[in-house]
Design a protein around this ligand. Structure first.
Ligand code: VGL
Ligand code: ZN
Length: 237
């Protein structure tokens, strides 16, 4: 039978009613064993905040829409003490975006940002994630930074997130938020290290991009099996 005839017969039988689920088969369907992780969508990282990420606010509608496709959602907040070791102001003549050697290794120094309990550290007001199950805060030990939602920068102290996700049967994490090349990337890399399948949803992130850090982050993530996708790749988003 010729292809055209097949199509005609299919149309006659009403088989095209079956088409939408077939076409959608290529999309990712986060089920009961997947969680959306929304990293640091806080005022500090958005215009008007203390460490604004270019285009930071643009992730908010993308994440709100994505969230409806997930049964499990975890939100993180960068949550520093005053005078935190990651602040340039805590190191005399050092300036924001300089680097310094701390006892656990190299540390980029930042403007004072995301101080516990301030409006600057609050989640962005337009973020609408009512089904969030856990908010995890990080970077609250004064002498140690924590880009990753799993493990502090000393690479020893854990936040408890891996244990929480494992206890709940989560196997796959989809990571969004700010900033792609710091907290998102470190979270994705640690997710892999802890044995999770990890996706980063690129259009639901924005980067700081300091001295090529964005390209380096994507390269490192690819090498560790982090998958780079777009929000349109997720069904229902
Ligand atoms: C972050 C720099 C300092 C982030 C947090 O959320 O990516 N970046 N603290
Ligand atoms: Zn920070």
């Amino acid at each position: 039978m010729q292809r055209r005839t097949v199509l005609h017969s299919a149309a006659a039988l009403g088989l095209f009613a079956l088409a939408p689920p077939l076409f959608a088969a290529g999309k990712l369907k986060p089920g009961a064993h997947a969680a959306l992780i929304v990293v640091d969508v806080q005022n500090c990282f958005i215009d008007g905040g203390t460490l604004p990420v270019k285009g930071g606010a643009e992730v908010v509608p993308v994440i709100n829409k994505l969230s409806t496709a997930f049964q499990n959602i975890v939100v993180t907040q960068d949550w520093h003490t005053q005078g935190h070791a990651s602040f340039a102001s805590a190191h005399g003549s050092k300036k924001p975006f300089d680097s310094i050697k701390l006892n656990y290794g190299n540390q980029v120094l930042w403007p004072d940002h995301c101080v516990q309990g301030t409006d600057d550290a609050a989640l962005h007001k337009d973020l609408k994630l009512p089904t969030t199950q856990l908010i995890i805060r990080k970077g609250y030990n004064k002498g140690v930074d924590s880009y990753s939602a799993f493990q502090e920068a000393d690479r020893k102290t854990v936040t408890g997130l891996a244990g929480y996700l494992k206890a709940r049967g989560i196997k796959t994490v989809y990571i969004t938020g700010l900033a792609t090349d710091f907290c998102v990337a470190w979270t994705a890399l640690d997710a892999r290290k802890a044995g999770f399948e990890a996706y980063v949803i690129e259009d639901a992130t924005r980067a700081i991009d300091l001295n090529g850090s964005l390209a380096a982050a994507w390269k490192q993530m690819a090498a560790q099996g982090v998958k780079r996708i777009q929000s349109g790749d997720v069904e229902g988003a």
